[in-house]
Design a protein around this ligand. Structure first.
Ligand code: SAH
Ligand code: SF4
Ligand code: F3S
Length: 444
């Protein structure tokens, strides 16, 4: 039996998948190593969303190869995740020690893959499935803080945004059985977890038997009043009033919505195949403000998509100001082989222009975040304590329902507890606060 170390890159779904891989490996008698150096196998769970994500993984493989040669270790490498699916057996040529490639729907085959590798073969298993959800596998969570956990509720995506590789690397959309999700949430609660994040590329498409996403959200919220429930991600084209109503009816469903906008230009949105325009996006934002006052709104933005002009770019900046996002993930467009953009459009915005537009977007978001955070000063929030702050052992950090990080003097509090904190200061990224009477808040 082997010692396996799993390293994860990319999105939350990959982190959740690594936990599934750990469960499968442990279930077949393998052990989880604590570092790459002491492992027989290093499995790299990869992301293919942008070229720089892939370059990072290729550098990591090269570094591991070099270390292996120098140290005389017999460690072998396995490549899992979205790059595995995109590049398949070609990855076996990345280095002598790359022994296997395993796509996102083939993790149940890991034990047999390791067996084949032991007997001298190189293996690539990259078949995508229309049904695999790993719903009977209880993920092994070892990287986390014991307070907050991911639960994968669906896999795949078939929205085919023209820039995006995910539909090709993750395959068709499929939803996991609702009762297994609720059972997992309940088990996590019993183990002391106080927050779960339900994961899918577009949670509003969740449907298992007769259960819709708002119904599932309510079922998980019913597990316990002091179990916080979050989710990611909701596609603006079908963010429904029904979902907003469900969020409003439960205190423990967090008031934070990640709503990737991508661009503020209607021409770009059409070219991206996003199925909404800026008016629709704004109308959804208004619905959130009306039905969920105080809810935070965060987003994803792409700078320099195919044929983007200065006017298109300005439309994005205008929309950012109109919405006043609390936070954004901002990217330079990266052309992905095999996507509609690669086969039908031209990646004609020069890199320099992409960079300067991205910088403007980042600078504006910095102002918006800081402005929003300044308004928080003086407000009181219920905060779930997650861990020690990086700066000082005397301080803890946690999040409020809006998903904003708040740092405060820890005093007698402990990780996993709910406390009331009053915001006293801020930066663009973090709120600073003080415990109110140093007391633990009674959960409603
Ligand atoms: N399913 C989620 C997003 C998953 S990918 C959704 O649609 O909301 C996360 C983000 O990466 C996307 O929202 C997009 O902003 C960005 N992204 C995806 N493909 C990209 C590309 N080719 N170049 C740059 N950014 C990209
Ligand atoms: Fe990619 Fe669009 Fe699917 Fe999100 S919804 S994963 S951006 S194709
Ligand atoms: Fe990356 Fe795959 Fe997630 S491409 S963003 S790891 S679904």
């Amino acid at each position: 039996m082997s010692r396996v170390y799993i390293e994860t890159y990319g999105c939350q779904m990959n982190f959740a998948d690594s936990e599934v891989m750990r469960a499968i490996l442990i279930g077949s008698g393998h052990r989880i190593a604590e570092s790459a150096e002491e492992a027989d196998y290093v499995v790299i769970n990869t992301c293919a969303i942008r070229d720089n994500a892939e370059q990072r993984v290729l550098r990591r493989i090269a570094d591991l190869e070099a270390w292996r040669r120098k140290s005389g270790s017999r460690m072998r490498i396995g490549v899992a995740g979205c790059m595995a699916e995109r590049l398949k057996h070609n990855l076996l040529q990345q280095g002598e020690s790359v022994a296997f490639v395993v796509g996102p729907d083939s993790y149940r085959r890991l034990p047999s893959i390791l067996q084949q590798v032991e007997s001298g073969s190189k293996v690539a298993e990259t078949e995508l499935s229309t049904v695999e959800t790993y719903d009977d596998i209880e993920p092994v969570r070892i990287d986390g803080n014991g307070v907050s956990a991911y639960i994968s509720i669906m896999r795949g995506c078939q929205n085919f945004c023209t820039y995006c590789v995910v539909p090709y690397t993750r395959g068709r959309e499929r939803s996991r059985d609702a009762l297994t999700i609720v059972a997992e949430a309940r088990h996590l609660y019993e183990q002391g977890y106080r927050e779960v994040t339900l994961l899918g590329q577009n949670v509003n498409s969740y449907r298992a038997a007769e259960t819709t996403f708002p119904q599932l959200l309510a079922m998980v919220a019913e597990v316990a009043p002091d179990l916080r429930v979050r989710y990611a991600t909701s596609h603006p084209k079908d963010l429904s009033d029904d979902l907003l109503r469900t969020m409003a009816s439960y205190d423990n469903i967090c008031k934070a919505i990640h709503l990737p906008m991508q661009s503020g230009s209607d021409r770009m949105l059409k070219l991206m195949n996003r199925h909404y325009d800026s008016a629709w996006y704004m109308q959804r934002v208004d619905a959130i403000r009306r039905m969920l006052p105080g809810c935070s709104i965060t987003t994803d933005i792409i700078a320099g998509f195919c044929t983007e002009t200065d006017d298109d770019h300005r439309a994005t900046l205008d929309m950012m100001r109109r919405v006043g996002f609390d936070h954004a993930f901002m990217f330079k467009f990266s052309l992905r082989p095999g996507t509609y953009a690669a086969t039908h459009l031209v990646d004609d915005v020069p890199d320099k222009v992409k960079s300067s537009r991205l910088e403007e977007i980042i600078a504006l978001q910095g102002e918006l975040s800081l402005g929003n955070n300044r308004q928080e000063i003086g407000r009181r929030y219920e905060v779930l304590v997650e861990g020690e702050s990086h700066r000082s052992k005397e301080q803890f950090f946690g999040r409020n329902s809006q998903n904003k990080v708040i740092v405060f003097d820890r005093k007698e509090t402990r990780i996993g507890q709910y406390v009331t904190v009053e915001v006293t200061g801020c930066s663009a990224a973090t709120l600073i606060g003080k415990l109110v009477n140093g007391r633990c808040l009674q959960v409603k």
